[in-house]
Ligand binder design. Structure first.
Ligand code: FPP
Length: 244
C-alpha cells in the first residue's frame, strides 16, 4: 500500500486499536507468551509514529482490559513492567512528534510504579499538540458507563442536575474519554471479530476493520491498508447516499 494513495484530508480523526494476538504470535515461534508482548511494543511504537506522521489527531490503544487482571500473575507483572519501561523509553519519541499522552481506565488499580511513571509522562507531554495518544489501562467500557451513570445520578440526587436535562452529551461528559471526539475507525488485529468491552459508547458510528495480522507483526503498511479501506467506505451516519 502506497502512502500516496491516501487522501490525507480525509483521515479518521480518532483511531482506536485492539492490539490482539501477542500470545499466538509467541506460540507460533515457540516462545513464551510474554515475548509476544515484548515484541508488541515495537508495533506500538511504529503505529504511534505512523499515525503522528500522517496527521491523525487521536489514537487510543487497548493495552490492558479489566478482564486482563485474571491472567496468570507472571503475565500481568510482565505487562506492567513493559508499560513502565516503554513509558521511559518512548518519552523522546513522544516529544519528537509532539504527542501528548493520556490514559483511561481504573488507573488506581495499576501498581504504584506504573501510576507514577504514567503521571510523569502525562505531565511532561501535556502541551504537545500534534497528536493525542491514549492508553486504555485496566479499562472496561461497561465499567466506564456504570461509573458515568453513578456520577450523573449523584448530581440528580444533590439537585445539581434535572432529569430532563440528561442528554447524550451529559453521558459523554461523564466518560473517561470526555475530551475526545467519537471513534471514526476501530481496528482489531489477529482475526478475532469482537469488540471486547472497548469504547462501546464511543464507536456508535465507527467503521470497524479486522485484519488477520497478529499484533507483533502489525507494520506501517498494515495501518496504511486499514486507512485505505476506511477511505473507500461511505459513512452515511443514517442518511442516504444522495443526502451526503
Ligand atoms: C493482546 O494479546 C494484547 C494484550 C492483552 C496486551 C497489549 C500489550 C502490548 C501490545 C504491549 C505493551 C503495551 C504498551 C502500551 C507498552 P493476547 O495476549 O490476548 O494474544 P492472544 O489472543 O494471541 O493470546
Amino acid at each position: 500500500m502506497e502512502e500516496s494513495l491516501l487522501d490525507l484530508n480525509r483521515l479518521p480523526q480518532h483511531i482506536a486499536v485492539i492490539m490482539d494476538g501477542n500470545g499466538r504470535w509467541a506460540k507460533k515461534q515457540g516462545l513464551m507468551r510474554v515475548r509476544g508482548h515484548e515484541k508488541g511494543t515495537k508495533a506500538v511504537r511504529e503505529t504511534v509514529e505512523t499515525c503522528a506522521e500522517l496527521g491523525v489527531k487521536f489514537l487510543t490503544l487497548y493495552a490492558f482490559s479489566t478482564e486482563n487482571w485474571k491472567r496468570p500473575k507472571i503475565e500481568v507483572d510482565t505487562l506492567m513492567k513493559l508499560l513502565v519501561s516503554s513509558l521511559r523509553k518512548e518519552l523522546p519519541t513522544l516529544q519528537k512528534h509532539s504527542i501528548s499522552l493520556s490514559a483511561v481506565g481504573s488507573l488506581h488499580l495499576l501498581p504504584e510504579k506504573a501510576q507514577r511513571e504514567l503521571k510523569e509522562v502525562v505531565e511532561l507531554t501535556k502541551n504537545n499538540k500534534n497528536m493525542s495518544l491514549t492508553l486504555a489501562l485496566s479499562y472496561g467500557s461497561r465499567e466506564e458507563l456504570t461509573n458515568a451513570v453513578k456520577l450523573i445520578a449523584e448530581e440528580v440526587v444533590k439537585g445539581d442536575l434535572e432529569l430532563d436535562d440528561i442528554q447524550e452529551a451529559t453521558i459523554n461528559n461523564h466518560l473517561f474519554t470526555k475530551d475526545m471526539p467519537d471513534v471514526d475507525l476501530m481496528i482489531r488485529t489477529s482475526g478475532e471479530h469482537r469488540i471486547s468491552n472497548f469504547l462501546l459508547w464511543q464507536i456508535a458510528y465507527a467503521e470497524l476493520y479486522f485484519t488477520d495480522v497478529l499484533w507483533p507483526d502489525f507494520r506501517k503498511e498494515d495501518m496504511l491498508a486499514a486507512l485505505k479501506n476506511y477511505q473507500d467506505r461511505e459513512r452515511r451516519f443514517g442518511k442516504t447516499s444522495e443526502q451526503l
